[in-house]
Ligand binder design. Structure first.
Ligand SMILES: [Zn+2]
Length: 276
């Protein structure tokens, strides 16, 4: 029996990794004109908010790319219903639209329990344009899979699937998109499996990177169809369910996963050493 206590899920800015985060200088597009709310529609996309209309149009363009990326992995049957994205001009508007008010955390986006994506104003000053596409692809994966805050499923499944969907099309190497994990691997601290739910609370940035890596490993080893089939049908993502889906226990996958990580990290060091 499943009692889904559905709640919003939120992405911290710190979890937009690699080149996705703009360091220091930002495009000065913050407008003080927090005027009336506009809506821009394009097909099933409905982008609404008090942010300047030019920003809404940019979000529509980026969301179109994001929808294509989600469908490439999850099939053309997803995201055919209206997709609502809210783009508030300021933090008050963000919270009013259902954005997370988690104290002390810089929030990039929230997908509400109702499946609306709410983008934080800070996203547009702190993340590159391509990074915004990554964030939108991540959030729209949650919408496509109806997994906003489904608390019964292990977080590595929910967040790892979204990260994999968002980052795979960028062609970024593991060390570029998961720098903290790569540093740990180089230092000999090689994870043995997916991050626990507790790790998402205590070290969210590392947990997102580890969840991505575990999912990338599963796709590499078992193929895309097996992986997406597991994510679509999963109820908890715990050990028995995992073993039934993949025909291997998580424990038995420890050595190949560690080898996968070492290889990915070493390959990137080689390519940067030869000056690619
Ligand atoms: Zn997420």
């Amino acid at each position: 029996m499943k009692t889904s206590t559905r709640q919003a899920i939120t992405r911290r800015m710190a979890c937009c990794v690699g080149w996705v985060l703009v360091g220091g200088v930002v495009a000065g597009c913050s407008s003080s004109a927090t005027g009336a709310s506009h809506t821009v529609r394009d097909g099933q996309l409905v982008v609404t908010g008090s942010a300047p209309e030019a920003r809404l149009r940019t979000v529509v363009r980026d969301a179109r790319t994001a929808v294509d990326r989600v469908r490439k992995l999850w099939g053309s049957s997803v995201l055919t219903e209206p997709v609502h994205i809210e783009v508030p001009a300021d933090d008050a508007g963000f919270r009013a639209a259902g954005g997370s008010a988690e104290p002390g955390a810089q929030i990039a986006a929230t997908t509400t329990a109702a499946g609306r994506v709410v983008l934080a104003p800070a996203l547009f000053s702190q993340v590159t344009g391509q990074g915004v596409v990554v964030v939108l692809t991540h959030e729209l994966t949650h919408v496509a899979l109806h997994q906003a805050g489904d608390s019964d499923i292990a977080r590595w499944v929910v967040e790892g699937a979204a990260e994999f969907t968002a980052y795979r099309p960028t062609g970024l190497t593991l060390p570029r998109l998961a720098p903290q994990l790569a540093a740990a691997v180089r230092a000999g601290h090689v994870p043995i499996g997916p991050p626990s739910d507790a790790r998402f609370r205590s070290a969210p940035q590392a947990a997102y990177q580890e969840a991505y890596a575990w999912c990338a490993f599963l796709v590499d080893r078992f193929g895309t169809t097996r992986f997406t089939g597991f994510v679509r049908s999963v109820h908890t993502g715990q050990l028995a369910e995992f073993a039934a889906a993949f025909g291997s226990s998580m424990r038995s996958l420890r050595p190949p996963f560690q080898q996968f990580l070492r290889t990915q990290v070493a390959a990137d060091s080689t390519s940067s050493a030869t000056g690619g």
